[in-house]
Design a protein around this ligand. Structure first.
Ligand code: ASP
Length: 312
């Protein structure tokens, strides 16, 4: 049987990330959090574990950090609550699971994985998803767990207005983001996972691209595994994650070409900003973004980790 050389790539959100706005402590904290996520996910791949387990572990690590807009660090809604979205998808059989608009769940990505493995459904929303969470023994946390003073202050700036925003748009000094992971395991299977708190001050049960299969998350062994971050409404309109896969499948493009076409041409054309991470089953990795920066990292088996924040 052919064995693949494994690879894991992660993102912690894209946006106006400029070196001048960063201080050394903050930069070090982000790099340490990205490294911890890569270590969590690559430890599984190194032991021969699956891409499914690896992307979940990498995302859990970032959900448990207050630095990212997912899980513990989720942004505030217009009502002062936290509503989280997450999705996971497997390239080997296109199985997938997702949750949206959920509150109080410590690790939304694990609940998405339970939807995939323990229900006959793909996407569960709000209260119903929380009821399902109880049936599978998911860990709940009280609202205080999700409270972060800086996030609260971000929300105060736009509270009562119609503004909803990517967290890094509100205060250029504070940059958090949706998290995601894509992996290729030793068996040649790929997977993608994405988790987010969405947009600060969101109302009306707004759901972004992250939990929508094909928009913010997609995986198919025949093409690629993709996790997106950015202005969700545009990623939904562009069906961005699937678009990368479709360009590979139907136009025969390489992973790199398909990613460039989608992020630097098609998404820009409709006014969308953000980026994505993608891996194919040969182990090629692309991390394109059309913003100033994107928290990102790659761990290839047997090679030093690569961690980056800014653009060129
Ligand atoms: N794409 C996410 C959303 O629109 C936000 C982000 O990437 O930070 O919900």
């Amino acid at each position: 049987m052919k064995m693949s050389r494994t690879v894991l790539a992660i993102h912690g959100g894209a946006g106006t990330l400029l070196k001048d706005d960063m201080n050394p402590e903050k930069e070090a904290a982000y790099l340490a959090a990205l490294k911890a996520s890569l270590l969590a996910g690559s430890a599984i791949l190194d032991k021969g574990g699956s891409a499914e387990e690896s992307v979940e572990a990498a995302v859990i690590s970032m959900e448990n950090s207050p630095l990212f807009n997912a899980g513990k660090g989720s942004v505030f809604t217009a009502d002062g609550t936290h509503e989280m979205d997450a999705a996971i998808m497997l390239g080997k059989n296109t199985n997938c699971g997702a949750v949206c608009g959920i509150s109080g769940i410590k690790n939304p990505i694990s609940l998405a994985r339970s939807v995939m493995n323990k229900s006959k459904h793909v996407l569960l929303a709000t209260k119903g998803a929380e009821t399902f969470a109880k049936t599978v023994g998911a860990e709940f946390q009280p609202p205080e767990y999700f409270y972060d003073e800086l996030r609260f202050n971000q929300w105060q700036k736009v509270k009562g207005s119609d503004t909803f925003a990517l967290d890094h748009d509100i205060d250029p000094g504070r940059k958090f983001g949706t998290v995601g992971a894509v992996a290729l395991d030793v068996h040649g299977n790929i997977a993608a996972a994405t988790s987010t708190g969405g947009m600060t001050n969101k109302r009306f049960g707004r759901v972004g691209d992250s939990p929508l299969i094909g928009a913010g998350t997609y995986a198919n062994n025949a093409t690629c595994a993709v996790s997106c971050t950015g202005s969700g409404e545009y990623f939904i309109r562009g069906v961005v994650a699937y678009e990368v896969s479709a360009l590979m499948e139907f136009k025969g493009m390489s992973l790199q070409k398909a990613c460039d076409e989608v992020i630097h041409k098609r998404l820009l054309k409709i006014g969308g900003d953000g980026g994505l991470i993608a891996v194919d089953s040969k182990g090629n990795v692309c991390l394109p973004f059309n913003t100033a920066g994107m928290y990102r990292g790659i761990a290839r088996q047997g090679e030093p980790m690569e961690l980056s924040i800014y653009g060129d």
